[in-house]
Design a protein around this ligand. Structure first.
Ligand code: C5P
Length: 222
């Protein structure tokens, strides 16, 4: 069985306030996309990176020498479109193969979480890492504010693991129907695939703002 990954890095990362794509921003001298690809390579034989269309060459340079077969493709206008383009580059996989979908914006997710996801995939079609929510959460901000029941809430991270046949079918149906979601677990669940959860890790937090890069640099310096 093959384990492959789609690593999304085609966003502009404009909230970081830098003039290069987020995946090329370095922590400890290494680009974020390379941190993420290197850790995926500990469980994946193949990785497809989605990069901004005008930076495919720079991303290919950034991941050169990672110990897996890595292809860099141009991403799309949304994260979901980028994932779909990444999946097309994996068309020759077998239906039972495993695919992780990961965001380069979460480069420090511990490899132990990858193991939990792949183990749980033995009894599910899709598995998402979830962290308990520490803040009280409301919906309807600016209008009809409602309190949500915190004990039942979770924050969803990446990577997310899928049986290839399920992910391929779910994405194709979402595309046909125009269904849009902010992650792939939601797409799999919508089309009836069995969705499981495992415990995520705070180290897999998304790097969004300049302070997140500074905090990661500081952790690295310890
Ligand atoms: O913008 P957001 O934080 O949701 O992006 C999550 C991930 O999706 C990032 O790694 C980003 O590079 C990727 N992305 C992408 N293509 C887009 C938009 C975002 O690959 N068009």
């Amino acid at each position: 069985m093959t384990t492959a990954a789609v690593l999304t890095a085609a966003g502009s990362g404009s909230r970081l306030g830098r003039d290069i794509p987020k995946g090329l921003v370095t922590v400890g001298g290494t680009p974020l996309v390379r941190w993420a690809a290197s850790s995926l390579a500990s469980v994946c034989e193949r990785i497809v990176v989605t990069a901004p269309a005008d930076a495919v060459g720079a991303f290919a340079d950034a991941v050169a020498g990672v110990s897996a077969r890595v292809d860099v493709v141009a991403g799309g206008a949304s994260r979901q479109a980028s994932v779909a383009l990444g999946l097309s580059a994996l068309a020759d996989l077998d239906a039972r193969d495993a695919v992780l979908v990961h965001d380069a914006a979460r480069p420090f997710m511990p490899v132990a979480v990858f193991g939990r996801l792949l183990d749980a995939l033995e009894s599910h079609d899709a598995v998402i890492p979830v962290l308990p929510v520490v803040d009280t959460i409301v919906s309807g901000v600016g209008g009809d504010v409602r309190y949500l029941s915190r004990p039942t809430l979770g924050a969803v991270q990446t990577p997310q693991a899928f049986v290839w046949g399920a992910l391929r079918e779910a994405h194709a149906r979402a595309q046909a129907e125009g269904f849009e979601a902010t992650d792939d677990g939601a797409i799999a669940q919508r089309y009836g695939f069995r969705l499981g959860t495992v415990e995520g890790d705070p180290l897999g937090a998304k790097i969004t703002y300049a302070e997140d890069v500074e905090a990661a640099e500081q952790r690295m310096g310890r």
